[in-house]
Design a protein around this ligand. Structure first.
Ligand code: ARG
Length: 467
């Protein structure tokens, strides 16, 4: 090490007297990314110090000295005046060093009964509690925009697709709400994952607890956790909450990606169903006529990255014996990346979806192809007692004849003895979507009920998310 200043000692200088090699420090430091946990580390340390004092491991005077030092370190960190040393391998080391500089021998008691193994697990749980709910709030914001757009679209309809082939007309509101339900499940998943993350690991020590009279219940309660760990080995080894949140982020991003893919299709000249606001589209550096859906594309593209964050971290976990292994330090970068990427994507996609305009005329024209009534014609036959399989055959042959011989479908329907002139009502514009009346279906009747259900779910989620 180039720097051998007095206070720049490693935490393990008692056992390992030689200064760490530059390459070792360069390879093992996590400070560049775990600085983000500084506030969580201070919060955890405050609870730890309060507990140490309550069980008599710190005197009242030591307690206030260490608390004051923590407050000073926090002030410096917030103001950006905190001076890091070359031997500060992570944020925990840096803060403990500074507290010891400020509080002297009392500061050196901060780490009593604690290991960085339970400390870092605690910090990360505090972090996800703080930022996880914020992500869920952003998803909720997008849900509100989609719901608003759905209501605004009234009885506009478009072709619904299967295999990307026109299948049956659906209300545009119904289509938009389909995306909302996916996001409803994402918010629920955040809630579930955050609940399982809400367990305090502090007091597990390095892996086995302590001979000192620690009180992990008090720490857990002070920090507002709903429970403390039951098994000290599990407490320092468990990163399930990271994996679960990475999955939750990845799946949310996949939902954004699928919606993005539709925006890419719908804004193409071929579909022409939607137009992006200028502020949410980009131009081409070479082709003056271009207006590109870059937000939608990057929402799609970045899904690959979040899937990578998840799978990479699962690979890190899979071979680890109990308890703590340094490999676990690899939990933070994918987690931070996933949270940041998802937050940025949600902001951009929410803006894009609140300003996109739908060409409902063009959607209607595409949906009003006579062939989109094929299912209704078959269902009409079913109501007259024809077995569905036969009805399917009759209507299928009408569509085939129309295509092969160029005869309009209505003529064929009229001359088909089992259908006849009354069946022509099915071919009227908009008839097919109005007839989608079964519960949860794509027509106006079930949509009204669905809107009530969506409102209820969003209100329940809002209650959990707070303001
Ligand atoms: N920076 C480490 C991490 O993120 C902190 C824990 C270090 N523990 C240890 N035994 N070296 O996991």
């Amino acid at each position: 090490m180039s720097d051998t200043a007095g206070e720049s000692r490693t935490l393990w200088h008692g056992r390992i007297t030689e200064a760490p090699a530059d390459e070792l420090m360069a390879f093992t430091v996590s400070l560049p990314f775990d600085r983000r946990l500084a506030g969580d580390d201070i919060e955890g340390s405050r609870a730890h110090v309060a507990m140490l004092a309550s069980v008599g491991l710190l005197t009242e005077e030591e307690r206030s000295l260490v608390m004051a030092a923590l407050a000073q370190a926090e002030k410096e960190l917030l103001a950006g005046t905190f001076v890091f040393q070359p031997t500060d391998e992570d944020i925990h080391t840096a803060i403990e060093r500074r507290v010891t500089e400020l509080a002297g021998p009392a500061g050196a008691k901060l780490h009593t009964g604690r290991s960085r193994n339970d400390q870092v697990a605690l910090d990360l749980r505090l972090f996800v509690r703080r930022e996880g709910r914020d992500l869920a709030r952003r998803i909720h914001g997008l849900q509100l925009v989609l719901l608003e757009r759905a209501v605004e679209m009234g009885d506009a309809y478009l072709p619904g697709y299967t295999h990307l082939q026109r299948a049956q007309p659906v209300l545009l509101a119904h289509h938009l709400l389909a995306h909302v339900w996916a996001f409803v499940r994402d918010v629920d998943r955040f809630g579930d994952a955050l609940h399982r993350a809400d367990v305090s690991p502090l007091g597990a020590g390095a892996l086995a607890g302590s001979s000192l009279p620690l009180d992990p219940d008090k720490v857990a309660a002070d920090l507002g956790f709903h429970a403390r760990f039951q098994n000290s080995i599990d407490a320092v080894s468990d990163r399930d909450f990271v994996a679960e949140l990475l999955f939750t982020c990845a799946l949310t991003q996949i939902h954004l990606s699928r919606m993005g893919e539709e925006i890419v299709l719908w804004t193409s000249e071929e579909f022409g169903f939607a137009r992006l606001a200028d502020a949410y589209s980009t131009g081409s550096s070479m082709l003056p006529q271009k207006k590109n859906p870059d937000i939608a594309e990057l929402a799609r593209g970045k899904a690959g990255r979040l899937i990578g964050d998840l799978t990479g971290f699962l690979a890190t976990l899979k071979g680890l014996p109990l308890a703590y292994n340094r490999d676990l330090q690899e939990d933070k970068e994918p987690l931070f990346d996933a949270f940041d990427t998802l937050a940025l994507t949600l902001n951009a996609v929410t803006g894009m979806m609140s300003t996109v305009t739908f060409d409902v005329e063009r959607m209607r024209k595409a949906a009003d192809m006579p062939s989109s009534s094929a299912t209704d014609l078959a269902e009409d036959l079913v109501r007259r007692g024809v077995p569905f399989r036969d009805a399917h055959g009759i209507v299928g042959s009408i569509v085939r004849q129309s295509l092969e011989r160029g005869i309009p479908i209505d003529e064929l329907v009229m001359t088909e003895p089992r259908l006849g002139p009354e069946a022509l009502t099915h071919l009227e514009p908009g008839a097919a979507v109005r007839r989608r009346s079964s519960p949860g279906g794509a027509g106006p009747g079930p949509l009204a009920a669905q809107l009530v259900a969506v409102h209820d779910r969003l209100a329940a989620q809002k209650a959990w998310l707070g303001e």
